[in-house]
Design a protein around this ligand. Structure first.
Ligand code: NAD
Length: 496
């Protein structure tokens, strides 16, 4: 049995705690590793290491920080296949999807390599007579990241490369369900020449999170996970004087307009609803069919879903893998039961699978509901599994109102051939990321990722310039060089 600990002060170390959690291979249902959950004292060790490393790292010229980042980028590219396999073995997602996850994370490192340019300040000469003024962005200090199970490489890479490139030091607390790939990132970063203590990983649960949230040595916390925990992290972090960005859950709707191209829309919805077994914060979980497209859409989705190849993530033919844990599988199955009880029509029932390759793995097939209404639990709550709910409406205004009234506002999409509807939608929809004939509009690394409403607590989105702003403090300097200052000034200074 593989024993997993932490990465503190440049070294991978075994945990000292007496609490453990089991890590499974979801495709076999077997435990593959035992994780020693960090104690408060171990988190303290990581904070001390990061605090010691901070003065010299923040004083290292940005060009030199960028060069280490470039070496890290090279090592990530050299090890994409290994990282993808580590992800698939603990998360369950299909290998090709895992490679895509690593690539989207690598793009943030590419962005962070440009840090000397990104940190360039602004300068105004002669704002008053012989007075100049300029602004710089300086690191905030020791930062922490807390990430969810569904992207164990990409979400940490949204956070720490930018924070570290900006001159901060960092402590990452990955999900206890699939920690191995994040630990591997720390080893690769150390191999790239990162000084000890600049990047640390502590594996743990609520005890570790609470230590980070309340510790006076932590200046900023970046969180991604479910909405109740995001709210908690933001509240406790702010109460303890930290800046916090906390990204939460989602219930992403796609509007299918009557003029949408049916084949390409169905292909897009299949990937967006069932890819990664629906365990994506940008998954489409509600399709809003406008007018008479509903019947042909349902028929095409049903036909395609019945052919979906649900197999272990490492199988070359797999389109969808298992769910992450048995508990999560049970939760998703209970949502399907509740949809049936509330009167939705289960057009494809994926609750049971009997493929010989499934063994004791945490598998289910894709489920498709028709005639879902806004009062149902399967409509209101995030299921985070391979379940697509179709809501039928008469017109575009009803579809838009559904999205705008929903508690969450992460991503959304419209499928149409009409430019006017698409433009209207982009302007009026209440969500942070909008796709027009693009089902999963995840912004590139040089833009920023984040939702609205119950999907994000805080002021800054992740990565891109929003990430640089979150991980730096603005300082504005005003300077006067004159030979003699002959008068005191008691009124509010204005430029002369
Ligand atoms: P989660 O909220 O259960 O866990 C996230 C992190 O919080 C983990 O590191 C976990 O150890 C920690 N945590 C869990 N319970 C805690 C508690 N009581 N106190 C303190 N810390 C706690 O989320 P998850 O199940 O790992 O991930 C799935 C969720 O993440 C979904 O809701 C999904 O929508 C969301 N997510 C959101 C985004 C986004 O960008 N908005 C991206 C990915 C995932």
């Amino acid at each position: 049995m593989n024993q997993l600990g932490h990465h503190i002060n440049g070294e991978t170390v075994t945990g000292r705690g007496d609490r453990h959690s089991a890590v499974f291979n979801p495709a076999t249902g077997l435990q593959t590793a035992q994780l020693t959950l960090a104690t408060g004292a171990e988190v303290e060790d990581a904070i001390q290491a990061a605090t010691r490393a901070l003065p010299s790292w923040s004083a290292t010229p940005a060009v030199r920080r960028a060069r280490i980042m470039m070496k890290f980028l090279q090592l990530l590219n050299d090890n994409i296949d290994e990282l993808a396999l580590l992800i698939s073995r603990e998360h369950g997602k299909v290998l090709d999807d895992a490679r895509g996850e690593v690539t989207r994370g690598i793009e943030v490192v590419e962005f962070a390599c440009g840090i000397p340019h990104l940190l360039k300040g602004e300068y105004s000469e002669n704002v008053g007579t012989r007075v100049d003024s300029w602004s710089v962005r300086q690191p905030v200090g020791v930062c922490a990241g807390i990430s969810p199970f569904n992207f164990p490489v990409m979400v940490p890479l949204w956070m720490f490369p930018i924070a570290i490139a900006c001159g901060n030091t960092f402590i990452m607390k990955p999900s206890e369900k699939d920690p191995t790939s994040t630990l591997r990132l720390a080893e690769l970063f150390a191999e790239a020449g990162l000084p000890a203590g600049v990047f640390n990983v502590v594996n743990g649960d609520k005890e570790a999170v609470d230590t980070l949230l309340t510790h006076p040595g932590i200046s900023a916390v970046s969180f991604v996970g479910s909405t109740p925990i995001a709210r908690y992290v933001q509240r406790v972090g702010i109460e303890h004087g930290k800046r916090v960005q906390a990204l939460g859950g989602a219930k992403n709707h796609a509007i299918i307009m009557p003029d949408a191209d049916l084949d390409s829309t169905v292909n897009a919805l299949m990937g967006a609803a069932y890819g990664s077994a629906g365990e994506r914060c940008m998954a489409i979980s509600v399709a809003v069919a406008v007018g008479d497209i509903a019947d042909p859409l349902m028929a095409a989705l049903k036909e395609r879903l019945e052919e979906l190849r649900v197999l272990p993530g490492t199988h070359p033919d797999a389109e969808m893998g298992p769910l992450v844990t048995r508990e999560h599988l049970d939760t998703v199955l209970s949502f399907v039961d509740s949809g049936l009880k509330e009167g939705a029509k289960l057009v494809v029932d994926g609750r049971r699978t009997d493929h010989p390759d499934h063994g004791d793995g945490f598998f289910m097939g894709g489920c498709l509901f028709d005639h879902v209404t806004p009062d149902m639990r399967i409509y209101q709550q995030e299921i985070f599994g391979p379940v697509l709910s179709v809501v039928r409406v008469d017109d575009y205004e009803q579809a838009l109102e559904l999205i705008n009234r929903h508690e969450y506002g992460n991503g959304t999409a419209i499928f149409t051939r009409e430019g006017h509807a698409a433009r209207e939608f982009a302007a009026r929809v209440q969500a942070g990321m909008v796709g027009i004939n693009v089902p999963i509009p995840v912004p590139m690394a040089f833009h920023s990722f984040g939702g609205w409403k119950g999907s994000l607590f805080g002021d800054h989105h992740m990565h891109g310039m929003e990430g640089v702003r979150f991980f730096t403090k603005l300082k504005t300097i005003t300077s006067r060089w004159q030979e003699n200052n002959t008068q005191s000034q008691f009124s509010m200074p204005t430029m002369k």
